[in-house]
Design a protein around this ligand. Structure first.
Ligand code: NAD
Length: 326
């Protein structure tokens, strides 16, 4: 793995959760970084050397975004948790298809040498994720393809686009499939939040002895990866020679009920109970098989779930408290 700290970097989606953490990490490694997004980071200042407000659904904007750039980390996407993903199929497919097509073609035209695309565990087929007690997903399980939502299809097409651009145009592309990344400074309210942040917010808002709502019976399973581990993995992948898609996630499988109880425990609030209500749940079970990423990048998560939830919960609790005080 070679470090190229004089390369000029573009991070798209730099106003978002993973993007802004990635910008901070790249700056700490000495890179010159341009961030691009529809908006600046919601909860922190801008660490990037330049931050440009651009809509990557427009090709002219995408061309400007990667001018003078050597490497692109393409994280921009119109996305959210299950509530958003299951209710906005057309919007997600339309917006993200445009973002992905334009960002990659603009990068090629601007002579970018390396391009990392952020894909998702949502590419894996529905039929392999019907049990809570799942077999962890290996990269080759993505085919025959049958993702549950438009979001997964859009990611799969963009993966194919990356592979085709490498073959036809010679641009080095890297593809990472994230499995539920969480941590501080991510969306925790408004409808786009994902389950760890949503549960942290609900627990922060609950009184001791109160109730929090869980979508479904809470026995659906997932694994959750802390954002610092994720950012380290992304960087290693970009520096590697691996052109095939790689999982990036934790292998620590928990039910949503267990996740909720862990957060309640961390909050120190006594007697909070779970109330199960109807709501979108996504697939029944999903876990990451990390054999390939371990072998290729010598990467695995170092932050356990409880350890990562602690700063996440406390940051969200602080946000909730300051909003209540306002
Ligand atoms: P996020 O929503 O916090 O960040 C995405 C950013 O993209 C947002 O700030 C948004 O404003 C920006 N964006 C949307 N439309 C845009 C447009 N037209 N032009 C420019 N910017 C635009 O999401 P995140 O959690 O940081 O995810 C980053 C990437 O990782 C996304 O591609 C997402 O699909 C992928 N991913 C994330 C997870 C996860 O668990 N967080 C899991 C799988 C895949």
């Amino acid at each position: 793995m070679s470090a190229v700290s004089d390369a000029r970097i573009l991070v798209t989606g730099a106003g978002g959760f993973i993007g802004h953490h990635l910008v901070t990490a790249l700056k700490a490694r000495g890179y010159w970084v341009r961030g691009v997004d529809l908006h600046p980071p919601d909860y922190t200042g801008v660490d990037a050397d330049e931050f440009e407000l651009r809509d990557l659904r427009r090709f002219d904007e995408a061309l400007l975004a990667s001018r003078g750039i050597d490497e692109v980390y393409a994280l921009a996407a119109d996305m959210g948790g299950m509530g958003f993903i299951s209710a906005n199929h057309a919007t997600i497919l339309h917006n993200n298809a445009l973002i992905n097509l334009h960002t990659l073609e603009a990068a090629r035209m601007n002579g970018v040498s390396r391009y990392l695309f952020s894909s998702s565990a949502c590419v894996y087929p529905d039929f392999l994720q019907t049990e809570a007690n799942v077999t962890a997903l290996r990269e080759e399980d993505a085919y025959p393809a049958n993702p549950q939502d438009a979001y997964g299809w859009e990611k799969l097409i963009a993966e194919r686009l990356c592979l085709a651009y490498t073959e036809e145009h010679g641009i080095e592309t890297r593809i990472v499939r994230f499995h539920n990344i969480y941590g501080p400074y991510g969306t925790y309210d408004g409808g786009r939040e994902k389950v760890p942040a949503a549960l942290c917010r609900k627990v922060a808002q609950a009184r001791p002895g109160g109730q929090i709502e869980i979508w479904g019976d809470g026995e659906q399973t997932r694994s959750f990866c802390y954002v610092d581990d994720c950012v380290e993995g992304i960087y290693r992948l970009m520096r590697s020679e691996c052109r095939d898609p790689l999982n990036l996630g934790s292998e620590e499988l928990v039910t949503v009920n267990e996740l909720a109880r862990l957060i309640i425990d961390l909050s120190g609030k006594c007697g909070i109970t779970l109330k199960h209500i109807d709501g979108p749940q996504g697939v029944r079970g999903r876990n990451s098989d990390n054999r390939r990423v371990r072998e290729i990048l010598q990467w695995e998560p170092v932050v356990g779930l409880r350890q990562g939830l602690e700063p996440t919960y406390h940051w969200i609790a602080q946000q909730v408290a300051s909003l209540d005080a306002a």
